[in-house]
Design a protein around this ligand. Structure first.
Ligand code: GRG
Length: 296
């Protein structure tokens, strides 16, 4: 892992630290067949925004923690996220051929390999937490938090509810319930984990949780708006798919203007939740603003 003596690296530096740490985590042992190793690295390294690992590190910074000690946790959440994208792109799920501006894992390496890539990434994430987070009680806490967020009542449950909703009907309440689990749970847990490894008290973890919940919904609304606006080159993935598949979306239910208004209100409320951290949370505050302005 990259080491730094400075306690508060700049945002660009955080990205470099995350990429270097991921690269190191993905040098797998001799038992891993080279073709699987290549597909795993292809699916993780490259042009992802690294939003979730950045949230881990920024939450740790906001709580006065050390960014280097939070790097294993940042890697673990990004590996779970990468697994979810690989599996989501499979023909049995969203059936996508483009991700991060290049062929999806199953298009490049075949379906069986893509399933195994997801399995390996999910397993590796918990291995990293168990082996690299100190002390062991904090590692166990992190494993429990990530399992809840990624599992059947979190991201996997949200994905299942989303697939069920394709059969038709639904309102904003159902849409929010899907996205709180499918997308929101992983964003929220990234913030909680950053606070936990930094040794934050319950009050601060609650504040991060409130920020993460609002940010997660704002992120999903902007994702729907980007899909509806349809700039495939910027997005690096197929766009307009939600509408074609008749999926529940914010612009579909509320219209573009009201969706934008809601996303802005959620980002403002997310930033208000950061009050207990003062200037230490300025990176989290800027990141929330970026969610509104992003084009991918
Ligand atoms: C297959 C168990 C399982 C879950 C899949 C996250 C997810 C659940 C599916 C992704 C589908 C999707 C496009 C959701 C919308 C929001 C989202 C998670 C977008 C992708 O995340 P970004 O924009 O991606 O952070 P990058 O590539 O930047 O890492």
């Amino acid at each position: 892992m990259v080491q730094t003596q400075r306690s508060r690296p700049a945002v660009a530096e955080l990205r470099e630290m995350i990429d270097a740490a991921l690269e190191e985590c993905l040098r797998l042992g001799v038992g891993c067949p080279p073709a699987l190793q290549e597909a795993i690295r292809y699916s993780v390294l490259g042009s992802g925004k690294r939003l979730r690992p950045r949230l881990v590190l920024m939450a740790a910074q906001a709580c006065g923690g050390d960014v280097v000690s939070a790097l294993p946790v940042a890697c673990a959440v990004e590996l779970v996220h990468a697994y979810s994208l690989v599996h989501d792109d499979l023909p049995a799920m969203d059936d996508d051929d483009l991700r991060r501006g290049r062929p999806t894992c199953h298009k490049a390496f075949g379906e069986a390999t893509a399933i195994l890539v997801g399995d390996a990434l999910l397993t590796q994430a918990f291995g990293i937490l168990a082996e690299r987070v100190q002390p062991p009680e904090v590692a166990a806490l992190c494993c429990g938090e990530l399992a809840r967020a990624a599992g059947a009542c979190g991201m996997v449950g949200g994905q299942a509810a989303d697939l069920e909703s394709e059969s038709g009907g639904g309102d904003v309440e159902l849409l929010e319930s899907i996205h709180r689990r499918k997308t929101g749970a992983m964003l929220r847990v990234s913030l909680r984990l950053g606070g936990i490894v930094a040794g934050a008290d319950a009050e601060r973890i609650d504040a991060l949780d409130r920020y993460g919940t609002k940010l997660g919904l704002a992120f999903q609304i902007t994702d729907d708006l980007l899909d509806a606006a349809g700039n495939q080159d910027a997005a690096g993935k197929r766009v307009g798919k939600d509408h074609r598949r008749g999926k529940l979306t914010y612009p579909g239910l509320l219209g573009v203007e009201e969706s934008r208004r809601r996303a802005t209100a959620l980002v403002d409320a997310a930033i208000d939740s950061l009050a207990p951290f003062g200037n230490r949370a300025m990176e989290l505050s800027a990141l929330a603003r970026y969610i509104l302005e992003r084009d991918r």
